[in-house]
Design a binder for this molecule. Structure first.
Ligand code: ATP
Ligand code: MG
Length: 455
């Protein structure tokens, strides 16, 4: 089926005409060729198969397509005078510092920008009454920050007034704001961009999407994802060792993935240690002959042990509110039901499954040694692995190229292995999820040999 994405929905907003020559000429046009500049008329196709293109039945120029990322010959902001700010919002994710560093180095070293600053503690830092002073960001300040986990700017959840945030940008003379954050942060960024547009202010707002769950659509794989599933894979390996060492050994590993099970799938595929992968996109039943508990008991009988990987958002429909313990979000949960940004906190499927497996094996008088592992915050806070670091710096470079060329209200992403510009409205319009009929889930089924359905 073709997607409903249209050329109009994929059009990126521009602040105005690009009149300045790009200072990158000395890097990319030095040998008498301009080949590295992006042709402003070129597009990256939305679809990737002939059948999808055929289904649309439109002329080539009318096919939905993305604006390509990359450096432009002519840019909107005068390099020497542009003033830039960076903010990180939402939960931690490997690679945040890599992106900050990539932005500062590209801005200062290649575009000649002399003033870059950082807002502290997320959007709260853009509201003066919160009392978080802005910090200067220089190439010296960001040196080696990629070796640290977390974000040197700090982060937060919680709503802030977009009018006040826009006032702050105006008062500080900011020309470009880079927002590094998840779906909520991108909605916040769009809110600021909308205020600036309404006030006819030529200030760019560019998002670099951060999602440990890889649940933002149209951007390819999100940064930090590879590091995250590598850490999760190490926990699964540990669970396998534990399970094989005991009579009736079961390793149960709960990994992140509130609405999308990508970390669970990739971590399980990384070393073929899992016997069952449970994700939010594929509902399962616990009881009955074809249910998960019976399947698990059979697997332990057949092979002596088993490893179960469960994404935090899996099986939520099995948990009644009375039985559910909310997933710990102790840093920022004002109530059991929602966090500071209004996101619903999930019931803890890991603890629930641990208890149900224990009582089920007990009732069947089948020996069980269960080890429950929850790598939790250890995944979010580690420094990025080299593959992610490379991706982060390239995303940051693409974001700077877009910003200096006067784009706004957009995020950078990858499509068909090319950097592209995606309007924020598109990036938050749907959630990227594992398709139960897609090839990733098929790989998981093949690797685990778990039943096609446990319903
Ligand atoms: P994570 O991946 O950790 O969920 P996130 O960016 O989605 O990242 P949130 O805590 O949901 O994290 O949001 C971060 C910031 O964006 C908060 O300051 C929040 O108030 C703001 N925000 C969230 N949703 C919206 C929205 N719909 N409109 C405007 N701002 C929002
Ligand atoms: Mg979010």
């Amino acid at each position: 089926m073709t997607s409903s994405a249209s050329s109009t929905a994929l059009t990126v907003t521009r602040l105005g005409e690009c009149r300045h020559d790009s200072p990158l000429a000395k890097y990319i046009a030095g040998r008498g060729t301009n080949e590295h500049y992006v042709d402003e008329d070129d597009r990256v196709l939305f679809d990737d198969t002939i059948s999808l293109v055929r289904e649309r039945d439109v002329a080539l120029d009318e096919l939905p397509s993305f604006e390509p990322g990359g450096p432009r010959r002519k840019i909107f902001f005068a390099p020497g005078t542009a003033k830039v700010a960076v903010v990180t919002c939402g939960g931690l994710c490997p690679g945040l510092n890599d992106v900050i560093r990539g932005l500062v180095l590209e801005l200062c070293n290649h575009y000649g920008v002399r003033q870059v600053c950082g807002f502290r503690y997320g959007f709260a830092g853009l509201v003066p009454s919160n009392g978080h002073p802005v910090v200067p960001l220089t190439p010296e300040r960001v040196d080696k920050i990629n070796e640290l986990g977390g974000t040197i700017l700090g982060t937060s959840r919680g709503a802030q007034d977009p009018e006040i945030m826009a006032d702050t940008l105006v008062e500080l003379g900011i020309d470009i704001l880079f927002v590094i954050g998840g779906d909520g942060s991108m909605r916040g960024a769009a809110g600021i961009a909308a205020v600036l547009t309404r006030r006819a202010l030529p200030i760019g707002v560019i998002g670099i999407p951060k999602t440990i769950d890889n649940d933002i659509p149209y951007i390819g794989q999100s940064f930090g994802f590879q590091t995250s599933f590598a850490v999760a894979a190490a926990s699964i390996q540990a669970a396998r060792v534990e399970a094989r060492s005991a009579v009736g050994g079961v390793g149960l590993v709960r990994v992140m993935g509130r609405h999308s099970g990508f970390i669970a799938c990739y971590a399980a595929l990384a070393n073929h240690d899992a016997d069952f992968v449970l994700i939010p996109e594929v509902p399962f039943r616990l009881d009955g002959d074809g249910g998960f508990l019976a399947c698990l008991r059979r697997r332990v009988q057949d092979r002596g042990s088993a490893v179960v990987v469960v994404a935090e958002g899996a099986g939520q429909e099995l948990l009644t509110p009375a039985r559910a313990e909310p997933t710990a979000r102790t840093d920022d949960s004002p109530s059991a039901a929602v966090d500071a940004s209004g996101n619903a906190t999930l019931a803890d499927i890991g603890v629930f499954l641990r208890d149900r497996i224990t009582s089920d094996f007990g009732a069947a008088e089948q020996p069980l040694t269960l080890k429950y592992i929850d790598p939790g915050y250890a995944i979010r806070s580690v420094p990025a692995q080299p593959s992610d670091s490379v991706y982060c710096v390239r995303l940051a470079q693409a974001a700077v190229h877009a910003a200096m060329a006067g784009r706004t209200d957009m995020v950078v992403g990858r499509r068909h292995n090319r950097f592209v510009h995606v309007p924020i409205a598109m990036a938050v319009s749907i959630r990227n999820q594992v398709a139960p009929d897609g090839d990733l889930w098929l790989s998981v089924l093949e690797s685990t040999a778990q039943p096609f359905e446990m319903r």
